[in-house]
Write a protein that binds this ligand. Structure first.
Ligand SMILES: [Cu+2]
Length: 364
């Protein structure tokens, strides 16, 4: 009887061994991402230590239980021992867990303090969550980063083609984890991120940096990272923020400082205003198609919540009848659920007007 029981346990352990080995081989898929900041490394180690403690406790407790069930069972005539109100045992099972908890709490507290320490950064970037994209604004560089990227602003929008999302095309390698314009930061520099949101709560999460921070409208939260290796790091919005929550990934490109300066220089000239927004609006020189794709399409491509669908002649007809000026005004100042300039306060008026014209033209 006992023999067959152990044979069964042995066979069970063997069948567990194969998936266990497969797991070990493929662990990068199941484990945390490879950490690339000191905070992420601390989190990774903490997770490993606590996991090991849990496994040891689990094996110890269940081992004792199984041993007792098998060897101390009534059918072989075992007589139960009595150790009620045994002071030594009671002290032991109080003191040992206390030490285990202290052993876990000490390194965890140290890591949380390191995570919260956003003091003396080399660079500060404001991150704004929108439904459904990320906005980045380089606020201030310190030391040799002073002034290099200050004032550069960019928007990061999902670049996975809709055909892949709808299943009409095979999915790419970085499916739903790719954007048109990544955030670029220098390697080995402490970057402080200030997080906020424009509409609902989002969360900026980059696992390899050990950063996961809520972006709350009306509040500023901060976090930091200092990446040790150039490369492309991917993350996602980690707070359910609406129907396209899964479509606002984060891509951070970490580059050498020289390359960063070069990149920033390019973006600074690109961001410089060429003419007054009014003049652009008058000349109709704004980027209609680009603005539509970056801003308006979020609602108008699928036609959500009263937003007339792009190219839908029936839905657009009564709106077009109110005149182009009225539509330009609604887009600039906001109407019902549509925020002013689609929620992008920094958008030049010319681009907004051009985007409205572009959408009107498509529906005529
Ligand atoms: Cu979000």
């Amino acid at each position: 009887m006992i023999k067959t029981l152990f044979q069964k346990i042995g066979a069970g352990a063997l069948t567990m061994l194969v998936p266990g080995m497969l797991w070990a081989q493929d662990r990068a898929k199941w484990n945390f991402q490879e950490p690339h900041t000191s905070v992420a490394r601390e989190m990774y180690d903490l997770h490993t230590i606590v996991l090991v403690i849990c496994v040891v406790i689990c094996v110890g407790v269940f081992g004792a239980m199984v041993y007792s069930i098998v060897y101390h069972r009534k059918s072989i005539g075992h007589k139960a021992a009595h150790f009620h109100e045994n002071t030594t045992v009671e002290i032991l099972w109080t003191v040992i867990p206390i030490f285990i908890l202290i052993g876990m709490a000490l390194p965890a507290t140290k890591s949380v303090l390191a995570m919260r320490d956003t003091s003396s950064p080399d660079m500060t970037i404001k991150v704004t969550g929108y439904q459904w994209k990320w906005g980045y604004e380089y606020l201030k560089g310190e030391g040799d980063l002073a002034g290099i990227a200050d004032g550069v602003q960019l928007f990061s929008v999902l670049s996975t083609p809709r055909e892949q999302i709808y299943g009409n095309e095979p999915k790419g390698e970085n499916y739903l984890l790719e954007v048109d314009t990544p955030l670029v930061v220098p390697v080995g520099k402490k970057v402080r991120v200030l997080l906020t949101a424009n509409d609902v709560i989002h969360a900026w999460w980059v696992p390899a940096f050990g950063v996961k921070q809520d972006a709350v409208p009306g509040f500023i939260r901060d976090s930091w990272f200092k990446v040790d290796k150039p490369g492309i790091y991917r993350g996602q919005c980690a707070e359910l923020c609406g129907k396209e929550h899964g479509f606002m990934p984060i891509v951070v490109e970490v580059v050498e400082p020289a390359k960063f300066a070069e990149w920033a220089g390019k973006h600074k000239t690109a961001a410089a205003p060429v003419a007054s927004t009014a003049a652009v609006a008058a000349a109709g020189g704004g980027d209609g198609k680009g603005t539509y794709e970056k801003v308006c399409s979020v609602c108008h491509a699928s036609g959500v919540a009263g937003a007339p669908k792009f190219g839908d002649k029936v839905a657009w007809k009564p709106r077009i009848a109110t005149g182009a000026d009225a539509l330009h005004n609604s887009a600039l100042k906001g109407k019902n659920a549509m925020p002013p300039k689609g929620g992008m306060a920094d958008l030049p008026d010319g681009d907004v007007v051009a985007a409205v014209d572009y959408m009107m033209k498509a529906a005529k």
